[in-house]
Design a protein around this ligand. Structure first.
Ligand SMILES: C[S@@+](CC[C@H](N)C(=O)[O-])C[C@H]1O[C@@H](n2cnc3c(N)ncnc32)[C@H](O)[C@@H]1O
Length: 212
């Protein structure tokens, strides 16, 4: 039963990946090793929401539930209507929203707190401007201290989009995934502690040097 369910969602995901490769970011759902590693940093005793974005087949969703996160705290966001419908059938106890990672501010109007964003959204394969606008939205709406857990297939180097406004807490490679992946855990910073961009720093130096 579980095997046929897994096979069905794998085939569904594979078909979606053929139709929308940039949006899927991969042809393979997350392994259970990657999914468990994504769930590990989420505080299970928190009271705020845990918002999973880009849930795909629900591999990470299952790991979050398995780690002890209460179903009432979980909100699942998936952009593909086909995958969102499949997630609703697999997890009838959860709030599954067919929507965009750029709309999570909406949940904050209903709940005062989001403890963590758990993201499989493929920031490196989506068009650059789209990834930037997702991260810009998170920077604008997420409360200070919110955790962001994001995986990437880039095993080394700084995150491409999650820079200004976030501090990286950890980076862990999971080899047992196809392809191997790296899990980044970051925390949202207060706006006044966000380091200025290099252009702003240069401008400030110019003003100071000219006595302005
Ligand atoms: C790498 S796959 C998901 C892998 C997932 N962990 C699994 O095991 O199935 C990325 C998912 O993000 C979804 N996605 C892409 N862009 C999105 C966006 N802007 N908002 C919400 N979901 C998005 C895709 O539809 C896809 O299902």
């Amino acid at each position: 039963m579980a095997h046929s369910e897994n096979l069905r969602s794998f085939l569904l995901f594979f078909k979606e990946a053929l139709l929308h490769p940039w949006s899927a970011g991969t042809f393979f759902p997350s392994s259970q090793h990657l999914a468990k590693a994504m769930a590990r940093p989420v505080p299970i005793d928190g009271t705020g929401l845990v918002v999973e974005v880009g849930a795909g087949t629900g591999a990470v969703t299952r790991a979050l539930l398995g780690s002890g996160i209460q179903p009432e705290r979980l909100v699942i966001v998936e952009r593909s209507p086909v995958l969102a419908a499949s997630l609703r059938a697999r997890f009838p106890q959860l709030r599954i929203v067919q929507g965009d990672a750029r709309n999570i501010g909406w949940f904050l109007r209903q709940h005062s707190r989001i403890d963590a964003i758990v993201s499989s959204v493929p920031l490196r394969s989506l068009p650059y401007a789209e990834s930037e606008s997702i991260v810009e939205h998170w920077r604008a709406v997420l409360p200070v201290e919110t955790l962001i857990i994001q995986y990437t297939y880039a095993l080394y180097g700084p995150p491409r989009h999650l820079t200004n406004g976030f501090v990286q807490l950890s980076s862990e490679i999971t080899w047992r995934n196809l392809p191997p992946a790296r899990i980044l855990t970051l925390r949202c910073l207060a706006p006044d502690s966000v380091p200025a961009s290099s252009e702003e720093q240069l401008e400030a130096q110019r003003v100071t040097a000219s006595g302005g």
